[in-house]
Design a protein around this ligand. Structure first.
Ligand SMILES: [Fe+2]
Ligand SMILES: [Fe+2]
Length: 331
């Protein structure tokens, strides 16, 4: 009996492993075929793709016909991916519902209680970045490799670290002082983590789209709060954790998540140190909230690129647009 059970467990484990590896390889194949067409048109290719471009650059006689084909191909490739309408609507409905529930439970009043609302939002909104990272680590373990995979993993780590600091700032303001808020936020985060893992394994673009929608809400939330409660925020000091993160620490991780540059004309070797870098000067809590709002915008830009181009920096800041659903076939 014991032998039969052991045999059954071994078969189950092998089947699961084979399925998992095969799933990741299918996902990887899709990503590579989609990404390969995008490298050529990316105005800001990363280091790995630059090397690839340099190695394969052909020295051919380019005829007018070849140029025309190339131009047409580039025009086709420049069109961002749209999202399946069903997936788009489901993601939007899900995120809007969760956001509305949080807004209902935590109405903005312009006092200390608002930090609990931001604590809950930040606890949930940071989950996807380490869920993406978990999936990528597991894919890596199963042998999946593609040119900019490490860059993507580093960026997701930097994004998670950035969101962690948003959370720490809200905690330093007392946002987590009520156990009911903590239980609610952490329960939502637990289930959302596993949901994102499942969606990322099935369809990476759909999982990135979930966060694109969340970051859009987050940017609007912080923008409105800054606009409506400026005096309240300016009356409060800068938390130590904010000063440490935004002013004192090594800015390497801080810059790493700013993948979408403001100025496409900026030379590649200066982009990380000049174009999108922010070195804030914090005087009050208002300045801290400006930084958090701008961080959310950076995350949103990266996510739009990932959803639409499967790249972190395919288009520059001025060209980034929200993902749209695929037009219906009857239209
Ligand atoms: Fe955040
Ligand atoms: Fe965020």
């Amino acid at each position: 009996m014991m032998i039969r059970l052991t045999h059954l467990a071994t078969i189950s484990l092998c089947s699961f492993s084979a399925f998992t590896v095969e799933s990741f390889h299918v996902g990887s194949t899709f990503r590579l075929s989609k990404g390969a067409s995008l490298y050529a048109k990316s105005p800001l290719p990363d280091a790995a793709s630059k090397e690839e471009t340099a190695v394969v650059e052909p020295k051919l006689d380019v005829t007018p016909a070849a140029e025309a084909v190339s131009t047409i191909a580039e025009a086709i490739e420049a069109i961002p991916e749209t999202m399946d309408e069903g997936v788009f609507k489901f993601n939007k409905h899900l995120i809007d519902t969760v956001y509305d529930v949080i807004c209902f439970l935590y109405p903005v009043k312009g006092n200390e209680r608002d930090f609990a609302r931001f604590f809950v939002l930040e606890t949930v909104a940071r989950v996807p970045y380490f869920a993406y990272l978990s999936c990528l680590h597991l894919q890596e373990t199963f042998g999946v490799r593609y040119p900019n995979m490490s860059d993507r993993m580093r960026t997701h780590y930097a994004e998670a670290d950035n969101e962690l600091h948003h959370l720490l700032i809200q905690e330093s303001l007392g946002g987590n002082s009520n156990p009911v808020d903590r239980v609610l936020a952490q329960t939502m985060a637990f289930f959302y983590y596993w949901y994102v893992i499942a969606i990322y394994t099935w369809n990476e673009a759909a999982a990135y789209h979930l966060s694109e929608l969340i970051e859009d809400h987050a940017f609007d939330t912080y923008s409105n709060f800054l606009k409506n409660h400026e005096d309240f925020l300016k009356s409060k000091p800068v938390p130590d954790i904010a000063r440490k993160y935004y002013e004192e620490e090594n800015p390497f991780l801080f810059d790493l998540y700013c993948t979408v540059k403001d100025d496409p004309e900026c030379p590649l070797d200066e982009q990380s140190s000049v174009c999108s870098s922010r070195r804030p000067n914090l005087e009050t809590l208002y300045d801290v909230f400006v930084c958090i709002r701008d961080d959310e915008k950076e995350h949103w830009k990266t996510l739009c690129n990932l959803v639409q181009f499967n790249e972190m920096n395919a288009v520059s800041a001025k060209d980034v647009k929200s993902t749209v659903p695929a037009p219906s076939e009857s239209a």
